[in-house]
Write a protein that binds this ligand. Structure first.
Ligand code: GUN
Length: 294
């Protein structure tokens, strides 16, 4: 049977329409829209582009956003001041510190500074800690891993007892998605650059989450027939044949994987649109929680 191609744009569009409705209901009740505060340090073009997309998505869904756009030379104290300002602003319900931060900034201190009830990126060590523990639930889960779980739910992929292989162990995707799959009762293996016989481990995966940031690294022959593949990679590669001279590919060799797998997410237009949607959803949740706790 032909593989199902999972289109994140379609899912995201539906969810964003629901979020926009909820945001309007919130605004009518609270007298102000839900608000997201964004901190961007430096001029990494990919980060700047993500931040622009996130703020535009806020605007479209009826959320208010405030940006602290700091130069690459910003000091630790200046970045901390930006986070504290957002912590102290009642109209801001969620805070996002775009990662990576420049090397001279102590990321852990910054992420720890974000108010727990505004941690819509779910990167505060207490939220990550709760995600890692049995019987505990974090206030928020990170956006990209949550988008992956939404995709798996959409296609009704069975998770309980499934062998899930997560390729990559980053704090932003690999590690938290592995913890979420474990909470969903999958048997989880994390593979990374030091793993021996990577292909053989990946071939055991009923579910494969690719999040290593290497273009078309995972070959079709490494995948188990019938596997469900969620490709988080968005890698820019040269393509002289295209008008722009480049295109985006995932971490999985898509064309090779298609005849092998039962479902695979698109790149681009896969997890990316869902990541932004989950951030909006978390911000809305944070806003409701603030209102209800008054
Ligand atoms: N950098 C890459 N992905 C993300 C994300 O989801 N959140 C933040 N804050 N930074 C990122």
């Amino acid at each position: 049977m032909a593989a199902q191609i999972i289109d994140g744009t379609v899912i995201a569009e539906r969810l964003r329409a629901e979020i926009a409705q909820e945001a309007a209901r919130y605004a009518a009740q609270a007298g102000h829209p839900p608000g997201l505060g964004v901190v961007l340090v430096g001029d990494n073009p990919a980060s700047a582009s993500y931040v622009r997309m996130k703020r535009r998505a806020c605007e479209r869904a009826g959320l208010h956003s405030v940006g602290h756009l700091l130069p690459a030379t910003a000091t630790q104290a200046e970045v901390e001041a930006a986070v504290n300002d957002l912590n102290d602003t009642p109209a801001i319900h969620g805070i996002l510190v775009q990662l990576p931060l420049p090397d001279h900034i102590d990321e852990e201190t910054i992420l720890r500074l974000v108010s727990l009830d505004k941690d819509v990126d779910g990167f505060h060590p207490i939220n990550i800690g709760a995600l890692a523990m049995k019987g505990r639930d974090p206030l928020f889960t990170p956006a990209t891993p949550t988008g992956v779980m939404v995709m798996l739910r959409e296609i009704e992929a069975p998770l309980t007892g499934a062998n899930a292989v997560v390729v990559g162990r980053s704090n932003i995707v690999g590690l938290p998605v592995a913890l979420m799959l474990l909470k969903a009762n999958a048997t989880v293996t994390i593979v990374h650059s030091r793993t021996r016989d990577l292909a053989a481990v990946i071939r055991g995966g009923d579910i494969v989450i690719a999040a290593i940031g290497r273009p078309e690294f995972i070959r079709g022959a490494w995948l188990k027939p019938g596997a469900v593949v969620i490709d988080v990679g968005t890698n820019k590669i040269d393509d002289p044949a295209s008008e722009r001279g480049y295109r985006y590919v995932g971490d999985v060799a898509f064309e090779e994987a298609l005849p092998v797998v039962s479902a695979i997410s698109k790149v681009p237009g896969g997890v990316g649109p869902l990541t932004i949607t989950m951030l909006l959803d978390n911000t809305l949740k944070a806003a409701w929680r603030t209102l209800e706790s008054r």
